[in-house]
Design a protein around this ligand. Structure first.
Ligand code: PEP
Ligand code: MG
Length: 885
């Protein structure tokens, strides 16, 4: 198995492993492909992800085979460009970059200009005829290498550069002359020596292996782990390393560097979109140090900006670039995110990948590209990440609401967000943990801020362009972001900020509009999202292609209405206990629970019956004609008990019982392990009058709706937490008896089904027998996960994150179904249930019903429907379609 693949020049690109992202990473695979289709790619080589995994597992050591292969691959670059690595006369310089299977923006490290030392810098100066460029490159190299590989605080270098400029009275880096950079190199080297006690490495081979280890090591850096956890990237993938001959965008005014997208990644509009800088190296564009310029004339004019666009300033190179855009989009059949460099008028491609995009852009591009015939309808469905739809389903700012606009920055990531100002990521996370909504305001963000960005409702930065870290990460996370708002200045000492002439402090409220870059004081009213347009088109395609139905978990008429607007085809789970918490009825519930006798309970239940009947009637009216699964009372009774003296006193008032008596009853009901206690059908068995009341409420409501509308709902009455057939047998008889009573009283019959949740391992094992009593099964995978893994739903947050970090679970099993373990029980129960009753209806109503990966599994095992919370319904529709394709 090859450890290293070369590309560019006369390299052989025929091994399919080289274009397999799992082997060579996204960057490596695409560099090889671009070279193969004849695009101008500087020659280089890729070390496989497999070597990274070996290196990390093997105590950070390289194999002999790898060392030899790298040497040979380096020869390939040398032969192609006609320079040699470490040669004092005409040195080869290389870049070293990470490249995982999927891009992890800002997570991994890059070193440019590697191969420079005190001797080779002279050679570079001579061959390029540009001393300033040579010394500038060397100081960049020391700065980057020291930061990334040697882990010297980069602030020290920035400070030294600021001082050097101040001494000269310079404002811009471009004013620095060759001698100034040379002097700074001396200064930088002494910083390294002072910090590390050893000089900056002069041996270029040592430099190269240092950079390779740094890339491998960065796979396990904390910020990479956080990013992986947020994006469900397994820790075992590893990263590839790409070593490539340097091309220089900083060789004067005929050189440049830039980042471009073949379509607008924020809106999806079909127009080239990007940023570039004359006489600069790649990191200058993304680091936000210099403000990048527009790529196209149209974009520059629209923004009313002065500095010339690339289209105007370098028409020839731009023309070539535009041709490459067209070619790459056709080749990859997707929007591409491209990095390029122009060295002395010649265009070089440094990277292409399918570009990250906002949900809005993903949707528009999928619909547009299918319309253009670039992709099929099915591919269009597969192009949109179901989870990203979430961004589109949430409110935007009401265009009619008053806006107190403080300033306008760049519209880096769309959507609206309001919250209180916080100035650092840790504080943002703490506030979010307390349930507060915050806006993270930073000069610019770095990968260390990721957790705060995730915790915040929105992000505002004073510096940085549309491709800055903040912008890229915010778009990926779906957080609204305004970047490069230069009127914002932050004073960390007093924890205040100025925006123009307005003074604000941490804790003040801001609103961001990530779609137009506006930053507003206070909170601005929002409006509901648009369900038509591209969204409607894609959803239509999804509905056409999916096999499974999609229902919702809802118990209020408002939620049911919303879910129907989102396309729900019924209720998969109505948790009736949620109806019992209403302020108006909680005392009757408490009275029922604390009653000593059946008669006492019946008295309290009689008060609840009309309420329940109305609850069900309201739901049946909204869901008319659609199936509605109503689950009988489930939670541990003690959840309803009064808390504190005031609530006990109130209850004593209502019931006429004394407080001490009530407290004694409450203490009797206390359970040590309520999740495995007196809940679910165990309540129905011991206090049948509770389920009787609920069943009566359901049937009376159904008869009333049938009478009023002529269209009877079909209630599916669901018994929770069943472990044995006998439990269901007893409760089904009870429900049937109540049904007959009501039908006799009402003089009409309606159709109904009785079924059960499968949420205990025993129920899954005995599903064949239980199916004799059940017309349907609904997999309660929340409890099934809890009971199969022996992991508490309520107490596991503390250890699940480290479990995911260490790869014990690939994802939180309460978020995404443990297909290997819990999945077996689901599959077995589905099979056994069907064997007994061929037409048994099978669904899922645990949280997993809204998780795309779990939905795919549900499709595989042949469930009839998934049920998800209202906002997840469109996600489930799309995920179900993707599962069918
Ligand atoms: C379940 O256990 O998966 C379920 C849907 O029920 P609940 O979450 O109400 O326990
Ligand atoms: Mg449950």
């Amino acid at each position: 198995m090859k450890t290293v693949y070369t590309f560019g020049g006369n390299a052989d690109h025929s091994d399919p492993r080289q274009k397999d992202k799992t082997v060579t990473g996204g960057k490596g695979a695409n560099l090889a492909e671009m070279a193969q289709i004849g695009l101008p790619v500087p020659p280089g080589f890729t070390i496989t992800t497999e070597e990274c995994v070996k290196y990390l597992a093997g105590g950070s050591d390289f194999t002999e085979a790898l060392r030899n292969d790298v040497k040979a691959a380096l020869n390939h670059i040398e032969a192609t460009v006609g320079k040699s690595f470490g040669n004092n006369e005409d040195p080869l310089l290389v870049s070293v970059r990470s490249g995982a299977r999927v891009s992890m923006p800002g997570m991994m490290d890059t070193v440019l200009n590697l191969g420079l030392n005190d001797a080779t810098v002279q050679g570079l100066a001579k061959t390029s005829g540009d001393h300033r460029f040579a010394w500038d490159s060397y100081r960049r190299f020391i700065q980057m290498y020291s930061d990334v590989v040697l882990e010297v605080d980069h602030g020290l270098f920035e400070e030294a550069l600021e001082i050097a400029k101040e001494d000269k009275g310079f404002y811009n880096d471009t004013e620095m002359e060759a001698e100034d950079w040379q002097a700074l190199v001396t200064e930088y080297k002494s910083i390294v020596e002072k910090e590390l006690g050893t000089p900056f490495p002069q041996d270029v081979t040592q430099q190269l292996w240092g950079a390779i280890s740094a890339v491998f090591d960065s796979w396990d850096a904390d910020r990479a782990k956080v990013y992986r956890r947020l994006n469900d990237i397994p820790s075992g993938w590893g990263t590839a390393v790409n070593v490539q001959a340097m091309v220089f965008g900083n060789m004067g005014d005929t050189s440049a560097t830039g980042v471009a997208f073949t379509r607008d990644p924020a809106t999806g509009e079909k127009a080239y979109y990007g940023e570039w800088l004359v006489n600069a190296q790649g990191e200058d564009v993304v680091a936000g140090i210099r403000t990048p310029q527009y790529l196209t004339k149209a974009a520059r004019e629209r923004a009313n900006a002065k500095p010339l666009s690339m289209e105007e300033a370098m028409p020839a190179a731009y023309g070539e670039l535009a041709a490459v855009f067209e070619l790459l989009e056709k080749h990859y059949r997707d929007m591409q995110d491209i990095e390029f460099t122009v060295q002395d008028g010649k265009l070089w491609m440094l990277q292409t990948r399918s570009g990250k995009r906002t949900a809005k852009a993903a949707l528009k591009m999928a619909v547009d590209m299918a319309g253009e015939g670039l992709i099929s309808e099915e591919e269009g469905i597969l192009r949109v990440d179901p989870m990203a739809l979430d961004q589109l389903l949430h409110p935007t700012l009401d265009p009619r609401a008053h806006r107190d606009v403080l300033t306008t920055g760049l519209p880096a990531s769309p959507g609206a967000a309001s919250g209180t100002i916080v100035l650092d990521a840790d504080k943002a996370e703490q506030a979010a943990n307390r349930g507060e909504k915050v806006i993270l305001v930073r000069v610019e963000t770095s990968p260390e801020d990721i957790h705060g960005m995730h915790a915040a409702q929105g992000i505002l930065t004073a510096r940085g362009g549309m491709t800055s870290h903040a912008a890229v990460v915010a778009r990926g996370m779906g957080r609204p972001c305004v970047s490069g708002a230069s009127a914002v200045s932050i004073d960390m000492a007093s924890r205040t900020l100025r925006i123009g002439n307005r003074e604000l402090s941490e804790g003040d409220t801001l609103t961001l509009d990530g779609s137009n870059g506006q930053v507003m004081a206070g909170e601005v009213r929002t409006i509901e999202p648009e369900m038509a347009g591209d969204f409607g088109v894609l959803m239509g395609w999804a509905d056409k292609h999916r096999r499974m139905n999609v229902r919702t978990n809802a118990e209020t008429p408002a939620d049911c209405k919303m879910a129907r607007q989102f396309g729900a085809e019924g209720i998969g789970l109505c948790r009736t206990e949620h109806m019992f918490f209403d302020a108006g009825r909680i005392s009757a519930v408490r009275e029922m629970i604390l009653a000593d006798t059946e008669a006492g309970r019946r008295e309290a239940l009689a008060k609840l019956l009309p309420e329940q009947r109305n609850d069900f009637k309201a739901i049946f009216e909204v869901m008319v004609g659609l199936p509605c699964t109503i689950r009988l009372l489930d939670p541990p009774l003690h959840e309803f008990l009064p808390h504190g003296d005031a609530e006990f006193a109130d209850l004593a008032d209502v019931t006429g019982l004394n407080v001490d008596h009530l407290k004694r009853r409450a203490a009797e009901l206390h359970e040590f392990n309520p999740m495995l206690g007196h809940r679910g059908c165990r309540l129905g068995i011991t206090y049948p009058e509770i389920y009787e009341m609920q069943a009566r409420g359901i049937f009376e409501a159904a008869c009333a709706v049938a009478k009023e509308s002529g269209d009877a709902p079909v209630p599916e009455i669901m018994v929770p937490l069943v472990a044995t057939k006998r439990e269901l047998e007893i409760l089904r008889a009870l429900i049937d008896r109540v049904a007959q009573d009501v039908f006799t009283e009402q003089g009409r019959e309606i159709e109904y089904l009785v079924g059960t949740m499968i949420e205990l391992p025993r129920a899954a094992l005995m599903a064949g027998e239980i199916a004799n009593e059940a017309r349907f099964f609904s997999f309660g995978t929340n409890d099934l996960t809890q009971t199969t893994l022996g992991v508490s739903r309520d107490d596991s947050a503390r250890f699940l994150a480290p479990y995911v970090d260490q790869g014990i679970f690939e994802r939180d099993p309460f978020v995404s179904l443990d297909v290997d373990g819990v999945g077996q029980l689901v599959e077995m129960a589905a099979e056994r249930g069907r064997a007994t009753r061929g037409d048994i209806k099978l669904g899922i109503c645990g949280e997993h019903g809204g998780d795309p990966a779990s939905i795919s599994f549900c499709d595989d095992v042949g469930l009839d429907y998934v049920s998800a919370s209202p906002y997840r319904v469109p996600i489930a529709r799309l995920a179900a379609a993707q599962a069918s394709l």
